[in-house]
Design a protein around this ligand. Structure first.
Ligand code: CA
Length: 223
């Protein structure tokens, strides 16, 4: 059974969509805020996300950008009440698979979901490959390929650090946390080890790939 995560803050809307989807053989999860959505995604298998643009804590557009930057290629259908949003979604090519404007026909929604699912199965991404801006990272070989197909090589630690940040794109890591996670608790180096590795990664992928959070540590940058 395919599962759909409805990210929408209006109760009536969630109720009607979830009723329709269940009736059509889908299993349904829902989240009322972006932060609730991140939690649901961590703990559940989700095949399609129905994403409302107007969420109380964050714009659906920002959520979409972060998901795609993480390399998450789950099919996403945008729900929006405003025609102007549609221009934005289409114009910016943010990686949504489809959109539907409110108010919509319930059966049209089901048809759209089935279509994006079918398309998705057709070109399922290799899970060991992650898109990071213009670069493609190959998790198995610790390498990246830039937009021109040139190979960028990393040491195992550099790659581990990068992967840690990519897997938690919203989290700021302290140097201590990074040392523990990548070097292990028995490591006797100091925090500058982390700084050195961060600058090596920046040399290879550009300064903006990792953001320095003053007084705290590092997080994945805007790419
Ligand atoms: Ca809303």
């Amino acid at each position: 059974m395919k599962s759909v995560l409805i990210v929408e803050d209006e109760d009536d809307m969630v109720e009607i969509i979830s009723y329709t989807l269940k009736e059509n053989g889908f299993s349904v999860l829902s989240a009322k805020t972006a932060s609730e959505m991140w939690e649901k995604l961590e703990d559940n298998k989700v095949d399609v996300i129905l994403l409302d643009i107007g969420l109380p804590d964050e714009s659906g557009i920002d959520v979409l950008k972060v998901l795609r930057r993480q390399g998450n290629d789950v099919p996403i259908v945008i729900l929006t009440a405003r025609r102007s949003d549609v221009d934005k979604i289409v114009g910016l090519e943010l990686g949504a698979d489809d959109y539907i404007t409110k108010p919509f026909n319930r059966y049209e929604l089901v048809a759209r979901i089935r279509t994006v699912l079918r398309r998705y199965v057709g070109h399922k991404m290799d899970k060991n490959v992650v898109k990071l801006g213009k670069n493609t990272l190959d998790i198995e070989s610790y390498t990246a390929t830039d937009e021109n197909g040139n190979k960028i090589e990393f040491t195992k630690k550099e790659f581990g650090l990068l992967k840690l940040l990519i897997s938690n794109p919203r989290k700021v890591f302290t140097r201590e946390e990074i040392l523990d996670r990548i070097w292990g608790e028995d490591f006797f180096g100091d925090f500058r080890t982390v700084d050195v590795h961060v600058s090596k990664i920046r040399e290879k992928l550009g300064d903006s790939v990792i953001k320095t959070v003053r007084g705290v540590g590092y997080k994945l940058g805007e790419i």
